[in-house]
Design a protein around this ligand. Structure first.
Ligand SMILES: *Cc1c(COP(=O)(O)O)cnc(C)c1O
Length: 370
C-alpha cells in the first residue's frame, strides 16, 4: 500500500533487527506486539478487543474457525460446521480451503480431504444497489434448518477477492449480521484483502456499519513487507474460551507476533493514518474508472468494475496466462491476471500519471489478448 522500498518501513525493520529478531511468544511478550495489538483494537470496528497474531492470512482464518469452534465447546455445544458463500476465498490451508468456493476456490483437487461445509449463493445485489430480503432467503433457510450445528458464518465483507473479485451490497452484509444474531451464530469477517483502506473505508465492514464477532487481517497489515496476520475477537468470546477447560485458546505458532513483522506493521499503520489515504484512494478510484472505461467497449470483456483502489476487468473467457503475463511485463507493468479476471490493486501512493499508464497498458493488453 505504500509502494516498494519505503525508507520508513525499511528503517522500522532495521531498527528492530538491531534489538531482537524473534522470541517465542509463549508466556513472553514484547513492545512491538503490544503496540500493534493496541492499535488494531482501536482502529477496527467496535467490540473487537482481543488479538491473536498469526503467521499468514490462511493461518488467521484457521485461527478464526478454531476460535468459533472452541467458543461453542466452552459453552457445552459441539458446533463444528461453517456457513460460507459461493465465490468466497479464504486461503490455502485445510480449514481455509474448506470454506472457499468449491469451484472457483482453486482447491477442487483436495475436495474429498476437506471438511464439508454449508454454502449459500454468492452475495447479491452488486455494491451500491439496495438489498432485498430475497437474496438472503437461502442463508435464512440454512440457519433455520441447521443453525444449531453452525459455529459461524464466514465471509469477505463487501469485496470477494480471489474467488471472483465481486463487489456486493452493504445491505446484504447488514442483513447477514442481523440473521447471525437472530440465530445465535457467530459472524467471521475476513478482511485480509480489504483491510487498511483498500475499499475506501479503513475496514470494509464500515460500509455496513457492522462489527463481526471475529475479524481476520493480513496482507496490508505490514504494508505487504512481511508475512503477518491477526485474528481479533470480542471480550466475550475470548473470555468464554479462557474461562472454560482447557482454559486457553489451543493455538500457538512458533513465529507468532514476530517482532520484525510487528514493527513494520506499526510503521505501516502510522504511515497510512498520517497520509491523506482517503483522498488518495478516491483519486485512484476515479483514475481506474476513467482509465479502464475503454475496456467496456471490447468484445471479449463482460464487465468492468471499480471500488476504492480495486479495478477489475472481467473477460468472457479465461485469459491465456502464458501469453498475457509477458505482454504486461513487456509493457513495464507487474499485473497478475487469473481466470477471467484482469485486476489492478495499485499502491495508494501511485501517481496519477503512473496510474494512467497502467490503465492504458491494461486496455492495450486486454484488447490484444482477450
Ligand atoms: C490472501 C487472502 C487470504 C490468505 O492469505 P495468505 O496470507 O495468502 O495465506 C485469505 N483470505 C482472503 C480474503 C485473502 O485475500
Amino acid at each position: 500500500i505504500h509502494g516498494y522500498n519505503h525508507p520508513v518501513l525499511n528503517a522500522a525493520i532495521e531498527t528492530q533487527l538491531q534489538d531482537m529478531a524473534h522470541v517465542m511468544f509463549g508466556g513472553l511478550t514484547h513492545v512491538p506486539a503490544v503496540t500493534l495489538a493496541r492499535k488494531l483494537v482501536e482502529l477496527t470496528p467496535d467490540g473487537l478487543e482481543k488479538v491473536l497474531f498469526a503467521d499468514s492470512g490462511s493461518v488467521a482464518v484457521e485461527v478464526a474457525l478454531k476460535m468459533a469452534i472452541q467458543y461453542w465447546h466452552a459453552r457445552g455445544e459441539s458446533r463444528q460446521r461453517f456457513l460460507s458463500l459461493r465465490s468466497g476465498y479464504h486461503g490455502d490451508t485445510f480449514g481455509a480451503m474448506s470454506v472457499c468456493d468449491p469451484v472457483t476456490g482453486m482447491h477442487g483437487l483436495f475436495s474429498s480431504a476437506l471438511a464439508s461445509q454449508l454454502f449459500a449463493p454468492a452475495p447479491e445485489p452488486a455494491f451500491g444497489q439496495p438489498g432485498t430480503e430475497e437474496h438472503l432467503k437461502p442463508v435464512q433457510q440454512l440457519l433455520e434448518e441447521q443453525g444449531r450445528e453452525i459455529a459461524a458464518v464466514i465471509l469477505e465483507p463487501i469485496v470477494q477477492g480471489a474467488g471472483g473479485m465481486r463487489f456486493y451490497s452493504a445491505d446484504y452484509l447488514r442483513r447477514m449480521r442481523q440473521l447471525c444474531d437472530e440465530h445465535g451464530v457467530l459472524l467471521i469477517a475476513d478482511e485480509i484483502a480489504t483491510g487498511f483502506g483498500r475499499t475506501g473505508k479503513l475496514f470494509a465492514c464500515e460500509w455496513a456499519g457492522i462489527s463481526p464477532d471475529i475479524l481476520c487481517l493480513g496482507k496490508s497489515l505490514t504494508g505487504g513487507y512481511l508475512s503477518l496476520a491477526a485474528t481479533l475477537t470480542t471480550e466475550h468470546i475470548a473470555g468464554t474460551i479462557s474461562s472454560n477447560p482447557p482454559g486457553v485458546f489451543m493455538h500457538g505458532p512458533t513465529f507468532m507476533a514476530n517482532p520484525l513483522a510487528c514493527s513494520v506493521a506499526n510503521a505501516s499503520i502510522d504511515l497510512l493514518l498520517k497520509s491523506p489515504w482517503q483522498a488518495r484512494i478516491e483519486t485512484i478510484q476515479d483514475g481506474l474508472e476513467t482509465g479502464l472505461a475503454p475496456c467496456r467497449e471490447l468484445p471479449g470483456v463482460s464487465e468492468v468494475r471499480v471500488l476504492g483502489a480495486i479495478g477489475v476487468v472481467e473477460l468472457r473467457q479465461a485469459v491465456d496466462m502464458r501469453a498475457i503475463q509477458p505482454a504486461f511485463v513487456e509493457a513495464g507493468m507487474w499485473v497478475r491476471p487469473f481466470g477471467k479476471l484482469v485486476y489492478l490493486m495499485p499502491a495508494y501512493v501511485m501517481e496519477t500519471q503512473d496510474l494512467r499508464e497502467l490503465c492504458a497498458a491494461t486496455v492495450d493488453v486486454v484488447s490484444r489478448y482477450s
